[in-house]
Design a protein around this ligand. Structure first.
Ligand code: ATP
Length: 274
């Protein structure tokens, strides 16, 4: 039998639409990768891959009992997934619903971004020196209107003076978080969800737990200044990165908030901020 016949058959039946089909699947997989990278879901996927590999090996070796147990376990895991990963699923659906899944552009230009980051660096440095507690949430693709609604609406351009004023202790706006959208302070004194992660250091109180909590629910990047130590930290994807220098914070913010390249041609060149 000629072994090239199936390949020839495959090539001759290949249509232009199949290329479109493959490109679409590649695009959706790429976007899904962006949604889950730097989240808890990565560890889960690794776990599922290991379980899948063990299931295949047990099937090949005819280990009936182990194979049966693994298959039953898989069913339970698949049913439990939507419950455990409700925040991630909600985030994914929100992005699709807001049309962001297909959008690569953001509303802030490089000049505005540089100014924003300068202002944030200046105010963070001064808050850190005076040991004034602060919580700054930078909205990215996932909308934070639910949390903006819990605070006091401001809608003012970001400046070191305005932010410095907001966080003066014992004033009405200092308690809670400031939420920033592009280069606007949308609201202050916002209430954020606390993380339920029990493995966190006991040094971290509610301010830091709120910063981690919101970063689990959305793709926001959050800057925290500790009232107790003046230490600067940021959170993203449910992780906290502590004791930052102002210079590193500037680089991190530039990276996270930089405008994405515009247009379809650049969509595959774009990389999620790490
Ligand atoms: N759910 C929340 N959402 C927004 N802000 C919160 C929330 N819970 C607490 N905060 C802020 O954190 C402050 C309390 O900080 P706390 O001392 O418990 O935290 P911490 O992580 O130890 O921070 P610090 O190092 O600054 O003391 C509150 O006054 C309030 O401003």
């Amino acid at each position: 039998m000629n072994m090239y016949v199936p390949i020839q058959g495959f090539i001759s039946s290949f249509r232009l639409l199949d290329i479109v089909d493959i490109l679409l699947v590649a695009f959706v997989l790429y976007k899904l990768y962006y949604l889950i990278c730097n989240t808890r879901a990565v560890a889960l996927i690794k776990g599922l891959l290991v379980l899948g590999a063990v299931t295949v090996v047990s099937k090949v070796l005819d280990l009936h009992v182990i194979n049966w147990l693994l298959q039953q376990g898989m069913t339970v895991i698949l049913v439990a997934l939507p419950v455990v990963f409700q925040p991630e699923l909600r985030r994914a659906l929100e992005q699709i619903g807001r049309g962001r899944f297909l959008r690569s552009g953001q509303g802030i230009n490089t000049e505005e971004l540089n100014r924003l980051v300068e202002e944030i660096a200046a105010v963070t440095e001064s808050l850190s020196k005076t040991r004034t507690g602060a919580l700054l949430v930078f909205e990215r693709e996932v909308g934070l209107n639910d949390y903006i609604d819990t605070g006091i609406f401001i809608d003012g351009t970001v400046s070191r003076e305005l932010l410095g004023n907001i966080f003066i202790p014992n004033t009405p706006l200092h308690d809670g978080a400031v939420i920033i959208r592009e280069n606007k302070i949308m609201a202050a004194a916002c209430l954020l969800p606390l993380t339920s992660d029990r493995s966190l250091s006991t040094e971290l109180g509610t301010r830091h737990r709120a910063a981690i909590g919101i970063s689990e629910m959305a793709d926001a990047v959050v800057v925290v200044v500790s009232e107790e130590t003046g230490a600067i930290s940021y959170t993203y994807g449910g992780h906290i990165y502590r004791h930052l220098e102002v210079k590193s914070l500037q680089k991190i913010l530039l990276n996270f908030l930089r405008p994405a390249p515009q247009g379809w041609t650049n969509i595959f060149k774009w990389r999620p901020a790490k």
